[in-house]
Design a protein around this ligand. Structure first.
Ligand code: NAD
Length: 487
């Protein structure tokens, strides 16, 4: 199946923080792939902006290096790279000062879609919005793309929302959560709302529980000092994992329209119950000596007294008619056994077994895999083939997007490139609205405040393991078990 590419309107995209890690590793390579796919009209232009005093030629050389490092070799076509680099300009600006804004204004066209991608430190987001306004860069056709983290608690998120709202309308603000840009995540909505099969079963009567896992094999590495101020709850649960939970738990929106979808997600966030202490397990990785692959968390964080969690597991309840009685178990952590992200929906037992030998019986599980190998897999029971009576066996109905949609999966756009094209198209469905972000913090804040007030210490877990012992117990005590963490 070859995906159709519909070109977007001409645009000026300004990547602010264009010399930084995110721009070089994700944004610019992603834009090249969209160029290669034919999604950019000839008039589309990309402007890098950052503090470094670079010539346009030097910035283009930097982008060429970024493409060489971060684009699949099969997609590195010299003529296309040259054509892509021709779209690119550079302006040196200082978000905290006056330098460069006049040159930036002069470089932009008044009559095309204009987008500013805020790929600078989160402490600069508010100031940057003010600068754009002050220098007359915010036209009615302007959108801003705001990176994560969006605040570190409800108060800071509200303050940032207020600053952005002073200069931009909500329909111009694109708060990015790259998890929502993944093919599988959108497919979750297609599976739920474009098929009749699942929706009648999609409730506490038929679903036993839901597991959401985002496991990383790497530690906090060079970002230790930054991460230590945040932790897994703020860094992963408040945003990415809650967004995934919302897509599973939300009611069908009346239409696939940005506000209709986001209204339904917001209702889920508002229905989240406070999480009591016994339903939370926090952990910190430790590396036994000699440590293959690195040191322990305290060393990586540069803070021997740190109480920040590099792992968290929680049992979450959504208090509404559909979900009361079905727990959502969330877990995420660093330095775990493998890098994997998935949602697993475990259905209940049939009400009565007609088979004498039900030893092979297992629950139906719908697994939505975000990485690696994006795809959906439904585990169903069948008869074991061959003579010898009716023996049951579970088999996966596998829909791997890589094989279903492209020769080798390389045609599946990366989350960032898909989301940037949505920005240009003016489609906010996959971006978080201000009230959603605030509601998510309103749920998160008291959980964090409670463990801080108790002075809880995270439980150590071995680097390369599946997480702390207590996290296993969180499931065992409910007669359930986590799925194995593996690639
Ligand atoms: P970085 O430190 O590598 O890059 C920051 C960029 O901002 C550089 O280009 C720098 O020149 C520019 N900059 C700094 N101060 C400036 C100023 N006063 N005026 C103009 N430009 C200035 O950071 P990063 O890792 O690329 O992250 C960028 C944003 O993306 C951050 O908000 C981060 O939280 C978010 N983010 C990054 C990643 C990632 O993988 N790197 C992932 C998720 C979110």
């Amino acid at each position: 199946m070859v995906s159709r590419v519909i070109p977007v309107d001409p645009f000026d995209l300004v990547v602010i923080g264009a010399t930084g890690d995110l721009a070089q590793r994700k944004i610019l390579p992603g834009l090249y792939r969209r160029h290669l796919a034919g999604q950019m009209p000839p008039e589309a232009r990309i402007l890098g902006a950052a503090r470094s005093d670079l010539t346009e030629a030097a910035f283009r050389a930097m982008v060429a290096d970024a493409l060489a490092a971060h684009v699949d070799a099969a997609k590195q076509h010299p003529a296309e790279i040259a054509a892509f680099l021709k779209r690119i300009g550079y302006v040196a600006i200082d978000v905290s000062g006056a330098a460069g804004w006049g040159a930036l204004k002069a470089a932009l066209r008044p009559d095309v879609v204009r987008a500013f991608y805020f790929s600078v430190a989160p402490g600069l987001f508010g100031e940057l919005a003010e600068r754009l306004h002050e220098h007359g860069l915010a036209t009615p056709q302007t959108r801003i793309v705001v990176e994560k983290p969006f605040g570190r608690d409800l108060a800071s998120a509200r303050a940032l929302n207020a600053t952005l709202a002073a200069h931009f309308a909500e329909h111009q603000i694109y708060r990015i959560d790259h998890y929502l840009g993944k093919e599988t995540v959108q497919n979750l909505m297609a599976v739920r709302f474009a098929n009749i099969l699942f929706e009648p079963l999609w409730n506490a009567q038929y679903i036993d529980h839901v597991q959401i896992t985002v496991a990383e094999a790497v530690g906090v590495g060079g970002r230790g000092a930054y991460y230590d101020k945040s932790g897994a709850m703020r860094d992963m649960v408040q945003n990415h994992m809650l967004q995934l939970l919302c897509l599973i738990a939300m009611e069908p929106p009346w239409h696939f329209d940005p506000d209709a979808v986001r209204d339904e997600k917001l209702k889920v966030i508002r229905a989240l119950q406070p999480v009591p202490a016994p339903d939370i397990v926090r952990g910190q990785y430790v590396a036994r000596d000699p440590a293959p692959g690195g040191a322990g968390y305290l060393h990586d964080a540069g803070n021997p007294a740190s109480r920040t969690e590099s792992y968290i597991a929680l049992k979450v309840h959504v208090a509404n008619w559909r979900w009361t009685g079905t727990p959502f178990y969330l877990r995420t952590g660093k330095r775990l056994r493998a890098r994997t992200s998935e949602i697993a929906i475990t259905f209940k037992e049939p009400p009565h077994s007609i088979f004498d030998d039900a030893r092979g019986w297992r629950e139906n599980v719908l697994v939505i895999r975000l990485q690696p190998n994006e795809g959906i897999n439904l585990k169903v029971m069948i008869k074991e083939p061959g003579p010898g009576g009716m023996r049951l066996v579970q088999v996966p109905l596998d829909m791997s997007f890589a094989t279903a949609l492209g020769e080798d999966g390389t045609d599946i756009p990366d989350a960032y490139e898909r989301l940037i094209m949505d920005v240009i198209r003016g489609n906010q469905t996959l971006f978080m609205r201000g009230d959603e972000v605030e509601a998510a913090w309103a749920w998160t804040d008291p959980i964090i405040a409670a463990w801080e007030a108790r002075g809880d210490r995270p439980q150590p877990y071995d680097a390369g393991s599946s997480g702390p012992e207590d996290a296993l117990m969180l499931m065992h005590r409910d007669g359930r078990r986590w799925r194995e963490i593996r690639e």
